[in-house]
Design a protein around this ligand. Structure first.
Ligand code: ADP
Ligand code: MG
Length: 140
């Protein structure tokens, strides 16, 4: 699936809609340059799942867990920007969240931790076009 968006709001809304398709257990690997919209997408996803409160980039804590109170119980938000492999995430127990059928895991900068991608993760590629245009491509 390919979606072109023209504003941060449109990316947010697209992710919010996409969240409705999730059953729990998905691992979303977000890949794209700085400013491409990965965090904007994650915020929309969180809103769509029903996360209350503000979702901020977890760069300095590696992983944040949000309660959902839904068919899906939690959203795990990971920022792998400063990693060069997944070992550190394994050390903090991130894989438990990947396996959890009542959790949706979202990984920004997922290209940094390809070594621990679950087989069935969804790849979401972000490309920056001119100005505020972005391409979002979701692949199995
Ligand atoms: P990332 O997490 O990929 O580094 P962010 O979501 O934090 O990116 O930031 C995206 C930046 O680009 C924000 O400043 C946002 O306002 C801007 N922007 C402009 N157009 C778009 C768009 N179509 N989708 C998402 N963000 C956009
Ligand atoms: Mg980000």
């Amino acid at each position: 699936m390919i979606k072109k968006t023209h504003s941060e709001k449109e990316t947010y809304d697209f992710a919010k809609g996409f969240a409705q398709k999730l059953m729990g257990g998905e691992v979303l690997c977000l890949i794209g340059d700085l400013g491409a919209g990965k965090t904007a997408f994650t915020k929309g996803l969180a809103a769509g799942l029903g996360v209350k409160g503000i979702v901020t980039s977890p760069t300095f804590v590696l992983m944040k867990i949000y309660d959902v109170h839904n068919r899906i119980k939690e959203m795990a938000h990971i920022d792998a920007y400063r990693l060069s492999g997944g070992q550190e995430l394994i050390n903090i127990g991130a894989e438990e969240y990947f396996k959890d059928k009542q959790c949706v895991a979202v990984i920004e900068w997922a290209d940094r931790i390809r070594d621990i991608w679950p087989k069935d993760c969804l790849k979401i590629y972000f490309k920056i076009l001119k100005g505020d245009d972005r391409i979002i491509e979701i692949k199995k």
